[in-house]
Design a protein around this ligand. Sequence first.
Ligand code: UDP
Ligand code: MG
Length: 307
Amino acid sequence: MKKKVTIIIPAFNEVENIIPIFNKIEDVFFTLNYNWDVLFIDDGSSDSTLDVFSKLSDKSNFKFISLSRNFGKDEAIKAGLDHVDADIIITMDADLQHPPTLIPEMINKWEEGYQVIYAYRNGNNPHVSYFNKLFSSLFWKLLSKLSGLKLEEGISDFRLLDKKVVLVLKSLDEYGIFLRGMVKWVGFRQIGIQYVPDERLFGETTYSKKALLKLAIYGITSFSTKPLYAAIYLGFIFSTLSLLYIPYIIISMCYNLEVPGWSSTIMTIVFFGGLQLIMLGVIGVYIGKMFMQSKNRPNYIIQSNNL
Ligand code: UDP
Ligand code: MG
């Protein structure tokens, strides 16, 4: 029997991109011997994405789920994962930055026995400026180091997952999901393949540098408690350093030297005030997560679908 592939595509205000990506995928599968369908997740779009869905609804390999509001890309993909029933599940963006022509290569790897095949951005992307490359490289290094996950620079949400992996992901019911990390965390036989992202077909990206910072804090605090230890280490370092100051004070007293120091005192207060606020913030993030998790609210709410 032919194996079934479902492609999950989150879409937030992607009205112009829906039909082009659906057609591209249709072309790709024309030459492949698999049953397939596409499951679009409307993530609370405010444009006419939903109207385009109704135009496609007579096609048998078009499926959709519509969320009651904008929940975020990872939540939208999770909604898809929770509702698929296929042997192979592929997730990708709606804007054609993830080239559908990579799908046959991914499926070949699956046939070889890999259970997770994820795509990460090729570093030599000519569309990206030097500064952005540097920022991105630092961002991924920091995220990898602090989260304890080996995340390749530019790892994307373009990936193929085996049915078994999806079953595990379905069972992970946590607040604030970071799928790229969760997919790494679950294990199984994984392999990364490189891709060169295309330019966005229509519309604009919804991710800014601020959003990336938020992603980093999310990613790190979802997978490790390392930042909490930073407080202890910093505390040790600075207490030790302050001991070095004692001989200086004693000598000053013996020789009756004036103790100048308004500015150094203020500087010290400001510095440690800042440090304490940062650490309070870090602790706060973890408490906030426990608070949200304890409410046990769903990651998304579905308002309609054609499953
Ligand atoms: N997306 C979504 N919900 C959001 C933001 C984005 O479902 O709140 C979808 C979007 O429609 C696209 C994918 O996530 O299919 C990637 O978004 P985008 O292209 O804006 O991000 P970038 O490519 O810049 O990382
Ligand atoms: Mg994009």
